[in-house]
Design a protein around this ligand. Structure first.
Ligand code: AMP
Length: 370
């Protein structure tokens, strides 16, 4: 189960199908216990409660009846103001036990109107059963006789409930989600200055910086299984296999549950990594906001990397053949990601030549607009 989109909004899984079924069974049994000696009539409030009503009666162990109503509100004469009319009641309800079935009660205003109308129908007993209640916003004095579960004031869909008519057919409950993170892919060939810029940007925007190269180097230094595996690829300037890198990246994101967003540096480097990242983030209701690319001419990069190699201790910075191989990997496997993000209107190029501060300013100007 993952995030779904209904109209213009995203919804994430909230209450499982099993939990809903369990709650409905419990409701049916509680009601049955109280009314086993008579034949109650369940009245579902349309449209939301059609699935609940169907499941309640299917789980009801004794005889029962079911019917549905809908509240129609219309403007009456200028003296009567708004008029509420209950449509769908054909049965004679006098002396009957009536159980109103609601999918969800939030402020309770609609239910109050319906309840007041039923009270004029000479019923013997009038009860209210609801699958969900939002106690934080419920304003009425109505007795909720049977309740499945209380939930916080969140907009939910599924199991009969809709968002502008969509979502009623979902078997489980989803709640609305708004994306809150800022996720940036910092892009560019080896030596473009991604790591340096990420250091400034992470402070400025309070983001978590994930550099897959740094994680690999950390693992190599500590001789972990992952490090031993990655070393042979890295030393020659080849890419580490996607599967290994993707799993590592996902684990790293999952470690940072409170992050306000991420700067991905050195990831994604292949189309399958980019796709995996999209799928992974969308399960969390998140997305990449933009790829920001540092554009630097290749000759300048080779000089920069050889210079860095004098102090970085990185074998892949010290040998021009290895450096050239890294560019080759970049040009054949990574550079096409520019198209991948351009197609999503998420590619932003920045001149990567200049002082560190100048470049940080260029990048910040882009981040501030996305
Ligand atoms: P970097 O520090 O980003 O220049 O990465 C150094 C090396 O780590 C690369 O040449 C690869 O061997 C490996 N590496 C880092 N990120 C990835 C990635 N996303 N996919 C595959 N290999 C990677």
């Amino acid at each position: 189960m993952s995030i779904i989109k209904l109209h213009d909004n995203y919804f994430k899984p909230y209450i499982s199908k099993e939990k809903v079924e369990q709650s409905v069974k419990l409701l049916a049994n509680q009601i049955a216990n109280d009314f086993k000696d008579e034949v109650p009539i369940f009245i579902g409030i349309l449209n939301g409660s059609f699935i609940l009503a169907a499941d309640i009666v299917r789980n009801y162990p004794y005889n029962c009846e079911v019917s549905f109503v809908k509240l129609n509100s219309y403007e009456g004469t200028k003296f009567s103001g708004q008029v509420n009319e209950l449509i769908g009641i054909n049965e004679d309800l006098s002396n009957r036990t009536v159980i109103i079935l609601e999918d969800i009660i939030d402020t309770g205003s609609t239910l109050q109107k319906i309840y007041d109308i039923f009270r004029t129908k000479n019923v013997k007993t009038l009860k209210i059963a609801s699958l969900f209640l939002k106690p934080d916003v419920f304003k009425k004095e109505l007795p909720i006789d049977y309740l499945g579960m209380s939930i916080p004031d969140e907009f939910i869909v599924g199991y009969g409930m809709d968002y502008n008519n969509l979502g009623r057919n979902l078997n489980s409950i989803y709640k609305i989600t708004t994306q809150t993170m800022t996720n940036i892919v910092l892009f560019g060939p080896p030596g473009a200055g991604k790591g340096t810029q990420a250091d400034s940007l992470k402070e400025k925007y309070n983001l978590v910086h994930i550099s897959t190269g740094d994680i690999f180097r950390y693992n190599i230094k500590n001789k972990t299984e992952l490090g031993i595996l990655a070393k042979s690829y890295m030393d020659d300037g080849n890419l580490v296999p996607d599967e290994v890198t993707i799993n590592m990246l996902e684990a790293e994101v999952d470690k940072n549950t409170d992050a306000k967003g991420f700067i991905f540096d050195g990831f994604p480097r292949t189309t399958s990594q980019a796709k995996a990242l999209d799928t992974f983030l969308s399960k969390k209701g998140e997305t990449i906001d933009g790829m920001i690319a540092l554009e630097v001419p290749e000759d300048l990069l080779v000089a920069r990397l050889l210079e860095r190699g004098k102090t970085s201790g990185r074998p892949d910075d010290q040998d021009e053949t290895k450096i050239r191989n890294r560019f080759n990997e970049y040009n054949t496997k990574t550079a096409i990601l520019k198209d991948y993000y351009t197609n999503q209107n998420k590619y932003f190029g920045a001149d990567g030549v200049g002082s560190i501060e100048e470049i940080t300013n260029r990048l910040s100007n882009i981040i501030d607009t996305i």
